[in-house]
Ligand binder design. Structure first.
Ligand code: FES
Length: 157
């Protein structure tokens, strides 16, 4: 339970109160919390666990299993690289390594200037144009290291 004066508490109570009656409420609550704050704040985990009568470790386990949830705020720009099969078969691993090297971060990392967060994603629906990436919501196909560089320059200019 958070201190009742904690700035998250009122909105967190509303979110949990509105969704806890659902069958399988944890995922909808986590999605709503991330939609509200851009990530799932550490302080929220214990509140959610307590409200659903599960352990904090269970909440954390679900967050780790689903790659959409992040524990820290994202950078200004969000770069997602597809890690699913069709993209892997078409150079997705090399693209992922190029992105990590270019940004100097690992998966879920954010560049030191807070500019770009790198996340894996599992199919962007652009399998025919693999390997695919998504930058600030825009899905792009046939991305290689050069195209990636151009996209980063475009978005971060
Ligand atoms: S497998 Fe990458 S877009 Fe579908």
């Amino acid at each position: 339970m958070l201190d009742s004066q904690h700035p998250l508490q009122p909105r967190l109570d509303e979110i949990i109160g509105g969704l806890r009656g659902l069958e399988g409420p944890l995922l909808p609550i986590l999605h709503a919390v991330q939609a509200e704050w851009g990530h799932v704040p550490q302080e929220a985990l214990a509140v959610i666990a307590s409200a659903l009568n599960i352990s904090r470790a269970e909440v954390h386990g679900v967050m780790s299993f689903y790659h959409d949830f992040r524990e820290e705020p994202a950078g200004t720009h969000l770069l997602r690289i597809c890690r699913a099969e069709a993209c892997q078969a078409m150079g997705g691993a090399a693209l992922a390594e190029a992105a990590k090297a270019r940004l100097g971060v690992d998966w879920h990392g954010t560049t030191a200037d807070g500019g770009v967060t790198l996340e894996p994603v599992f199919c962007l629906g652009l399998c025919a144009c693999a390997p695919a990436a998504q930058i600030d919501g825009r899905v792009v196909g046939r991305v290689d290291a050069d195209r990636l560089e151009a996209l980063l320059k475009e978005c971060c200019a």
